[in-house]
Design a protein around this ligand. Sequence first.
Ligand code: PMP
Length: 352
Amino acid sequence: MSRFWSPLVHTLKPYVAGEQPVLDDLVKLNTNENPYGPSDRVIAAIRAQATDGLRLYPDPTSSRLRATIAARNGVEANQVFVGNGSDEVLAHTFQALLKHDQVLLFPDITYSFYPVYCGLYGIEYREVPLTAEMRIDITDYRQPCGAIIFPNPNAPTGCPLTRQSIAELAHDHPDQVVVIDEAYVDFGAESAIPLVANFPNLLVIQTFSKSRSLAGLRVGFAIGQRPLIEALERVKDSFNSYPLDRLAQAGAIAAYEDDDWFEETRRRVIGSRDRLTLSLRNLGFEILPSAANFLFVRHPVHGGAVLAGGLRERSVIVRHFPKERIKDYLRISIGTDAQCDRLVDALRALLS
Ligand code: PMP
C-alpha cells in the first residue's frame, strides 16, 4: 500500500496466475499447456523470421495472420481481431464491450480472470451459479443484464454447451453482447464461430495457447461482426498496445495452416483424456465430463488442497482453487500418457 497509488489501485485484487516453476523433472499439469509442442513447420517459420526479420518492425495489423484465420472460418479479415494471447483480447473486450449500465453476467465458477478485469475497468457483475451438476444453464441468464461472458467449454469444469444453446442465448439477448471464450473448444466442443454471421451481438474468442501448442508465443483472436471488432480496434489503438511480434505472426500462421499436426496432437490429447478418466475413476474419483484438455475431479474422501499438496511433494503439479464451492476439486491438465501415469501413481500412493 502506498499513498502514491491512485484510489483504483487500492481496490484491485490481481489475478493469481498458475505457477510456472523452473524445476526439472516436474510433471507439470497445472496450466493446461499442450504436452506436444508445435510442429517442425512452425519452428521453421519462426526460425526463418529470427534469421531474416528481427531487424524490421512487425506488421502492426497482423494482416496475413488475420487473413489466414478469416479464410479458414468463412469470415472477412476485418472481422478478426488479434492480440498477445487471448488474455489481451479479453482485456480489450472487457473495456470496449462489457461495461454498461446493467451488470455483466458470468458463471460463479469460471475463468478467474473475469472478476479481475471487472475490478480494473470498474464493471459491475453478477455471478450466475452453475447448476448442481456444475453446468451452465442458459435459462439462468434470462435476467436483465448489460452483457454476458463465459468460456465454452467452461473452465475449470470442462463442461461444454452446444452451438444451439449459444444461438439461443444470443437470440434471447439481442441488445446485449454475448462473448464466448473458446480457449478449449478444439478438444471436443462446438465452436460458435459459424453463428457470428447471424448474430451481430456475438463475439467469439480463441487462443493459440492450447490446441495450437503456442502458449509461449502469446497469440489469441476474436471473431465477430464489424462493429464489435471495430470497438476492440479503437481500444487497442488508444492504448497503442503492442502488435504481435514477427515471430508470433509467422509461427501462428504456420500453426493455423498445419492441419495434420493439429489433428494428430488433438487426437492424442483426447485419447489420453479418456485413458486418464478411466484410471482416476478406478481410484474412486468423481469426474466431470470434459470437452477440454483438462479434467475437473474430486475424491469423495480426500480434500483438494491435501491432494494437491501431496502431489507437489511427489513432483506433480496440478491446479487447486481455494474458492469454497470447488475447494474439493483438482483441475488436472492432460499431459502425455507417461505424465498421466506418474500422476496416477502418485495419487495411488497418496490414497493408500
Ligand atoms: N480463457 C480461458 C478460459 C483460459 O483458461 C485461458 C488460459 N488461462 C485464457 C482464456 C487465456 O489464454 P491465453 O492468454 O494463453 O490465450
